[in-house]
Design a protein around this ligand. Sequence first.
Ligand code: DHB
Ligand code: FE
Length: 280
Amino acid sequence: MARIIGGIGTSHIPAIGLAMARQQYEEPYWKPFFDAYQPVRAWLKAARPTVAVVVYNDHGLNFFLDKMPTFAVGAATEYRNADEGWGLPTLRPFPGNAAMSWHLIERLAEADFDLTTCQEMSVDHGFVVPMQLLWPDAPEWPVRAIPIHVNTVQHPLPSPARCLKFGEVLGRAIESWPANERVVVFGTGGLSHQLDGRRAGFINKPFDLYCLEKIVHEPELLAKYTIRDLIEFAGTQGPELIQWLVMRGALGAEVRKLESNYHVPISNTGSGLLLLEKAA
Ligand code: DHB
Ligand code: FE
């Protein structure tokens, strides 16, 4: 049976991808940020996951404002990124696991989640930056990926409570897949940021630290927020926290926190990193 070995919450800011392309690891602005990822990379190396379920939000590459699914699951054998205008390089394709995707889709649909299924899916910085950040030097991607998009772009967005529930069902779906996979679940985005409007540049460090702490053992406290609350406390793009709630839901009730880091700002954003191990 497939087993979830852990979950990772991480930022997906495009500037990180650019800094990696330019090898700016040692520059004073970037060094503390990249250094915080070393223990998480080491954990991945030792834990040897075979599948990464990457929960993120497309920002306009694969879906645009004319058609924006609430939950979309990739069911392709391969995923590619493309130029989104940030100057990010086009990376080698990411292998998928279509059979496992369809299993997750069936279990989620049985639990009344209405999904968009994508047999073709371009993946944007929300997916690509975390993959590159966590496996920077791998000559080949060491995992097969299953991208899952949760809308945080075009209102109305799914509530934090619904996303935690989605994660719980997703976790059970993963662990009912008969193949012997070791699965890591990513939730990407956040934490507080506002890229537009009068509060552009808004970051709320105390709220971000509260979320980083509470998501570990009391995610239901965060699930009580409305999307409007998240926008008020964490900026217009702050609702990306719902990706982290899906990841947290998938891990089940008992988790151990192995790593947690907060770095502010990276670009316009409070950047969070969290590594949780699923308790047996
Ligand atoms: C930034 C953050 C994001 O989450 C994103 O999708 C794009 C840009 C930023 O801070 O620059
Ligand atoms: Fe984003």
